[in-house]
Design a binder for this molecule. Sequence first.
Ligand SMILES: [Zn+2]
Length: 208
Amino acid sequence: MSALPSHLELVQGIVLPKPVGADPVLDFLNTRADWSGRGPARSEWLTGYETLVIWSGHVGLLPDATVFRLIEQASAHPTDASRRFEAALAFRADLYDVLTDTSGSAAAFERVARVIERAAGRRQLTALSNLHGVGATWELAEDLNLPLDQLAVLAGDLLTGPQRAQVRLCAGDACGWLFLDPRGRRRWCSMATCGNRSKVRAHAARTR
Ligand SMILES: [Zn+2]
């Protein structure tokens, strides 16, 4: 068996990109390669609802038991599941436009905002008891909407928070991946892929 490229890994039998975005929302956008244009991706790692759920578990957004139950629900309601999956892909494309500020991002922003508002509206404030008495936490229902709702709520936090200003686009040619760059020093999604390719090119140019 040939080894996987260094930016990919095998998760429950599925090839997924390694998280490099330092933020699950950015890693969600990095689940396809080559964002130049909305045509078919050079590589698309989210191939269906089940993959989306497994990916969510992999990046720590869903506990294993929830991943398992959502996959069961999806196989019982395949039409619903594929509708939720298509909605997630549309949200991913719109959010990418918003974060990279491409032409048409005003329309994309409106669509992103509606998805985030709907997801935020579905949250329930749930009482939490802990050592010191009481607290509360926002919870989303465990149904087929959960993976997208969760990403949408987090996207809302990203867009409205201080980390919005730290979102950077990888400097690699035709890469298009995004990551957080809190210290303003990061250029590559990963040194092993885009960083190396650029070093090799610069070296070739110097020695030509
Ligand atoms: Zn890159």
